[in-house]
Design a protein around this ligand. Structure first.
Ligand code: GDP
Ligand code: MG
Length: 439
């Protein structure tokens, strides 16, 4: 999905306002990208409609390119579609909190029971009890036992000849006796939703009054995962979804559709077979992953607030021409003090995070004020030709600015490093910066 979306944006590299034809083209690409990623048709329709309305009504921001503006709008809409914020598990006022799993066979219920109990032990010092209520396959009980041993968590089971509802009843009684604060119920699945399965789950629900009924749903099945979520929600009124196997799903269609179709939040995502491969679902992180824009969005946010595009363009031009001087350095420092620390900004540009030159760039607002004082003490010739700054001139700058000579030297060194670094960037990794600067 991210590749297709990036393609949709690459057609919008020009500067200036977002035009209607820009929007039309981008919307067509985004629509295709979403459908290809197996996003539910109705969700795509609503999504495109909202993005288009926002893009048309967007206030014209000269500091952003059309592509950046639309990326921002698409991102915000992705986050909104997935529910804005993470939704935590429900907690019972009196222990135990009961969490019931539901889902088709092979979706990852038993694995998720294990992962979730580990998560609760790590984050809530939980003392969970696991209940083995899948009686149709003997192997299912063994599997839960193995997980219980591995995590050192007790498993309540009564073999395969007892009614699952009865197992849950006795399991809950055991939990109360042993003062377990969480009970996780592993249930049986079928290959498809059928009445017998649903009735069994409804009976367990009625008896156990779970605080959460989590549908465990396989992301790799794409559109089918959305239908499953719809079906289980209609029958069981689930409280949330655990979307598993996202490590194998590169398209992300299910993640995007489930909330919109069921109205129920994805609470966790499974990203591997191991017990620690469970993460809280954050809509903004998932949007980021779907868009594949790295931290470019944070950068766009900052730029949107503070950056003066014209100055940035001129700066980029200077860097290219290698004629960056102390006057530009002054401008740059003004912009930096508006935008935040340079090293933070650089880190956000894809490919720049590990640049060695960055390690030497440190700027704090007070330093910037001192540096400016030093530059102000320079003659116009010195500002344009830093090579003129011999030791006696440096002493004069120190006296003029009221800063020690070592600091003058340090600033000149920093200027040279900064120039060198930008020079490197303009030769090598200019892509990210180009996008940023609209060019
Ligand atoms: P159940 O039938 O719903 O109880 O499913 P299981 O818990 O037995 O899981 C079925 C298979 O999916 C097992 O091989 C698990 O290791 C695997 N599985 C579960 N969750 C994930 C996940 O998040 N990522 C991957 N790659 N595999 C998973
Ligand atoms: Mg199972």
């Amino acid at each position: 999905l991210s590749e297709r979306l990036q393609k949709a944006f690459s057609g919008l590299r020009r500067k200036g306002k977002v035009s209607e034809s820009d929007i039309r083209d981008a919307m067509r690409e985004i629509r295709l990208a979403l459908l290809e990623a197996d996003v539910n048709f109705d969700v795509v329709k609503t999504f495109i409609k909202n993005v288009r309305t926002k893009a048309l009504g967007a206030e014209v921001l000269e500091s952003l390119t059309p592509s950046q503006q639309i990326i921002k709008i698409v991102n915000d809409e992705l986050v909104k579609t997935m529910g804005e914020a993470a939704v935590p598990l429900n907690k019972a006022p009196h222990i135990p909190t009961v969490i019931m799993m539901a889902g088709l066979q092979g979706a990852g219920k038993t694995t998720t029971v294990g992962k979730l109990s580990k998560y609760l032990m790590d984050n809530d010092s939980a003392r969970p009890l696991l209940i083995a209520a899948d009686v149709y396959r003997p192997a299912a009980i063994d599997q839960l036992q193995t997980i219980g041993k591995q995590l050192n968590v007790p498993v309540f089971e009564m073999g395969t000849d007892v009614d699952p509802v009865e197992i849950v009843r006795q399991g809950l009684a055991t939990a109360k006796e042993n003062k377990n604060d969480y009970v996780l119920i592993d249930t049986a699945g079928r290959l498809q939703i059928d009445e017998k399965l649903m009735n069994e789950l409804k009976n367990i629900k009625e008896l156990a009054h779970p605080n959460d009924i989590l549908l465990v749903d396989d992301a790799m099945t794409g559109q089918a995962a959305v239908d499953v979520a719809k079906g289980f929600n209609e029958q069981l009124d689930i409280t949330g979804v655990v979307l598993t196997k996202l490590d194998g799903d590169t398209r992300g269609g299910a993640a995007l559709s489930i909330r919109a179709v069921t109205g129920k939040p994805i609470k966790f995502i499974g990203q591997g077979e191991k017990m620690d491969a469970l993460d809280v679902f954050y809509p903004d992180r998932m949007a980021n992953r779907i868009l594949g824009m790295g931290d470019m969005l944070t950068l766009i946010d900052k730029a949107q607030k503070n950056y003066d595009e014209k100055q940035a363009m001129e700066m980029a031009e200077k860097i290219r021409e290698n004629s960056f001087d102390f006057n530009d350095f002054l401008d740059q420092m003004d912009q930096i003090s508006k935008m935040g620390p340079l090293e933070d900004i650089m880190k956000m540009i894809p490919g720049m995070a590990n640049n060695k030159a960055l390690a030497n760039v440190k700027m704090d607002p007070k330093d910037i004020a001192h540096m400016k004082a030093i530059v102000y003490s320079m003659t116009p010739q010195e500002r344009e030709d830093p090579d003129l700054l011999n030791p006696s001139r440096r002493r004069r700058l120190a006296a003029g600015s009221g800063r020690p000579v070592v600091e003058v030297n340090r600033m000149i060194k920093q200027f040279n490093q900064s120039k060198q670094m930008m020079n490197q960037m303009s030769k090598g990794n200019m892509k990210g910066l180009d996008g940023l600067m609209g060019g």
